[in-house]
Write a protein that binds this ligand. Structure first.
Ligand code: ADP
Ligand code: ADP
Length: 227
C-alpha cells in the first residue's frame, strides 16, 4: 500500500522544444484507483514512466509515501508496470516469464514457485504454465503480463493501456478481472486508457489531461456530469 504525490512535475525530452508534461500536481491516496485519460500525445505515458522511474523528471518532486524518489532506480521503487504490448519473453514458458523478475531479485526458488502458482490461480493460468507465449491467445498473454506484475506484490501498479490490443468482448472481461485484482491485492493503481467506459467503471478518480496539462480531476460522476 502506498501514497504517491506528484508535486510540480515537469518533463521536457532532450532535443524537444516543448514540455511533454507541465506542472503536474496530484495526490494519489493509498489503495486508490486513478485513471489517466486524454488524447494521444497529451503526456499520459510520460507521466506513468516518470512514476516508474523509466523516464527522468525534468523538474518537480515525486514522493512515494514520505520519500522523494526522483533518483531511486526503477527496481528499488516497489512498482510494477504493465504495458500495452505485453513485452513477454518469447523463448520462456509462462512460468519462467512470471518467475523472471523474482529470480533477478534473488528470491528463493520455493517462494518463487509459491508466488507464481498463486498468481496463476488468480488469473486462470494454472494449466498454461508450461506453454510459450506464441501458443497463447491475446487475452492469455495479457494475463501473463499481469501475472508478472502480480507475483512481485508491489505497492503500486502502473498500467499503460493494458487492454487496448484485445477485442471488445475480451476487453470487458479483463476489465472486470483488473477491478477484482485491485480489490484483492489492495494496491494503489494508476491506469492509462483511451476508453471512457473503462475509465468510468474502474476509476475512483479520473485525471483528464490535454497537451501535457491536467484539465480536470474528479470522480467519474463529477467528470462526466460536469457542464
Ligand atoms: P500519451 O501517452 O498521452 O499518448 P506521451 O506521454 O507518449 O503521450 O507523449 C507526450 C509528448 O511527449 C508527445 O508530444 C510525444 O511526442 C512526446 N514524447 C514521448 N516520448 C518521447 C521521447 N522519447 N522523446 C521525445 N519526445 C517524446
Ligand atoms: P532453472 O532456472 O533452474 O532452469 P526453472 O526456472 O525452469 O529452473 O524452474 C525453477 C523451479 O520452478 C523448479 O523448481 C521447477 O520445478 C519449477 N517450475 C518450472 N516450471 C513449472 C511449472 N510449470 N509449474 C510448477 N513449477 C514449475
Amino acid at each position: 500500500m502506498a501514497e504517491i504525490k506528484l508535486e510540480h512535475i515537469h518533463k521536457r525530452y532532450e532535443n524537444a522544444e516543448d514540455y511533454a508534461v507541465t506542472d503536474f500536481n496530484l495526490d494519489v491516496q493509498d489503495n486508490e484507483f486513478i485513471v489517466f485519460v486524454g488524447p494521444s500525445g497529451c503526456g499520459k505515458s510520460t507521466t506513468l514512466r516518470m512514476i516508474a522511474g523509466l523516464e527522468e523528471i525534468t523538474e518537480g518532486d515525486l514522493y512515494i509515501d514520505e520519500d522523494v524518489v526522483n533518483d531511486v532506480a526503477p527496481k528499488d521503487r516497489d512498482i510494477a508496470m504493465v504495458f500495452q504490448n505485453y513485452a513477454l519473453y518469447p523463448h520462456m514458458t509462462v512460468y519462467d516469464n512470471m518467475a523472471f523478475g523474482l529470480k533477478l531479485r534473488k528470491m528463493p526458488k520455493s517462494e518463487i514457485k509459491e508466488r507464481v502458482q498463486k498468481a496463476a490461480e488468480m488469473l486462470g493460468l494454472t494449466d498454461l504454465l508450461d506453454r510459450k507465449p506464441a501458443a497463447l491467445s491475446g487475452g492469455q498473454r495479457q494475463r501473463v503480463a499481469l501475472g508478472r506484475a502480480v507475483v512481485r506484490s508491489p505497492k503500486v501498479f502502473l498500467m499503460d493501456e493494458p487492454l487496448s490490443n484485445l477485442d471488445a468482448k475480451l476487453r470487458v472481461h479483463m476489465r472486470t478481472e483488473i477491478a477484482k485484482l485491485h480489490e484483492e491485492l489492495e494496491t494503489t493503481m494508476i491506469y492509462v486508457t483511451h476508453d471512457q467506459t473503462e475509465a468510468m467503471t474502474l476509476a475512483d478518480r479520473i485525471v483528464i489531461m490535454e497537451a501535457g496539462v491536467i484539465q480536470q480531476v474528479g470522480t467519474p460522476f463529477e467528470v462526466y456530469n460536469s457542464p
